[in-house]
Design a protein around this ligand. Sequence first.
Ligand code: NAD
Length: 496
Amino acid sequence: MGHWIGGAPVVDGGSRDAPVHDPATGRVTGRVALASAAVVDGAVAAARAAFPAWRATSVSRRVEILFAFHQLLVEHRDEIAAVVSAEHGKVLSDAAGEVARALECVEFACGIGQLLKGGYSEQASAGVDVHEVRQALGVVACITPFNFPAMVPLWMIPNAIACGNTVVLKPSERDPSASLVVARLLQEARLPDGVVNVVQGDRVAVERLLEHPDVEAVSFVGSTPVARHVYESATRHGKRVQALGGAKNHMVVLPDADVDVAADAAVSAAYGSAGERCMAVSVLVAVGGVADPLVEAIRERVVRLVVGPGDDPASQMGPLITAEHRDRVAARVGTAADEGATLVVDGRVVPEGAAGGSGGFFLHPTLVDHVRPEHTVYREEIFGPVLSVVRADTYEEAVGLVNDNPYGNGAAIFTRDGGAARAFEVDARAGMIGVNVPIPVPVGYYSFGGWKSSLFGDLHVYGPESVQFYTRTKVVTTRWPDPATSAVDLGFPRTR
Ligand code: NAD
């Protein structure tokens, strides 16, 4: 897999590449080029060259291209889902869901005419009017993680280009192909060459983008240590940055909650996509007497989950992204037991006849009870099919766990008590809250982002905040004076 620069595939003649795997079999299915700084420079130059004409392209024409792109995404959604599943491992229905959520972001960008409107104040002073315009920044770098290889680039690209910017996307080297399908479809939608470019690569490409003088802004999604580094480095180089990091999402279940509803939600949110979602529920906080029946209801569901290749319609959960990651997650399960937690279901034990012996990167769902905040499995983002249950005596204790956690992406509460739900909404220190919704990913016309170590920067990704991120405002003060009344006045201009 190569790059896409200036509207054409670029085969990298460089010396560095990396294997791409089918996580369901463990087999190497291709090799992805790892861009050098020179290749990155070429992509940024293409984006910079495309910027003046793209910025000057009418809003209507940009929107027409986005509508065409939307249609192409709809027509090619199965192809994209298959590409995602083949390299990421998630099951096809889950990959199709990723494309569906990406479509929302394109739909939002199609309304950019409304969103770019500035304000106008007539007669701000006598005969003086003031208006505000939003202008594109220039070249924007988008750096994305492995876990949503189609959706996360499409959290960024539609709004970035709708606002008149040009883009260099650096997708994850683990599953690089979806980005190339997106680039091809954008071209089919008549996006001018160079407006969106893709460089495949690793940290070498990222470092060059962070320091490149022609990159104006960086949108990053990935793990917290890298997000922090991206934020610090790119801001040091004078860029505007939004860097979304990792998560440890808590789902609080109050004693009055419906146990079956809560169990269904917890299992769906913890094990979907093998837990490799930044909005996955990884901690369940069971309050009071709900703990025992809830853990049992979750256990019953977990042991019935079907784990297998993503392209098998019977599979509910696929493999993890790499063998190393699978082994790391499995090691954390072992540590949890060593530190005193209870393994209710141990996913390292492959059930009879189940997938896992095929050479793929499988780990079966794991349920850990009696986890305490000092346990490693609680402190770290595991990013695998592991649900930790922490028992709390009171609502206050539960919300304290949410608020003391260094991450603050999503948090959910399950209850039938509206007052308690409202208190949680007010109290919880996280950017996205679910009330009886375990994965509260905002719809495309709101914005997505966490608090604390889940976001470096201030503006969230997609939705209205991304229009702010991808534009800078300019305020214009206008007067059409009557020459007859014109005079020299050295005083500071007054409005009264
Ligand atoms: P990652 O941080 O390893 O990689 C993200 C991107 O950064 C990739 O493009 C990668 O090539 C690059 N990168 C990796 N190491 C780097 C380094 N040392 N220097 C510079 N660049 C580097 O993340 P991942 O493993 O691909 O994705 C999983 C992580 O992403 C999880 O922590 C998950 O919570 C997080 N995530 C967060 C959100 C969110 O919205 N907050 C969404 C999806 C994923």
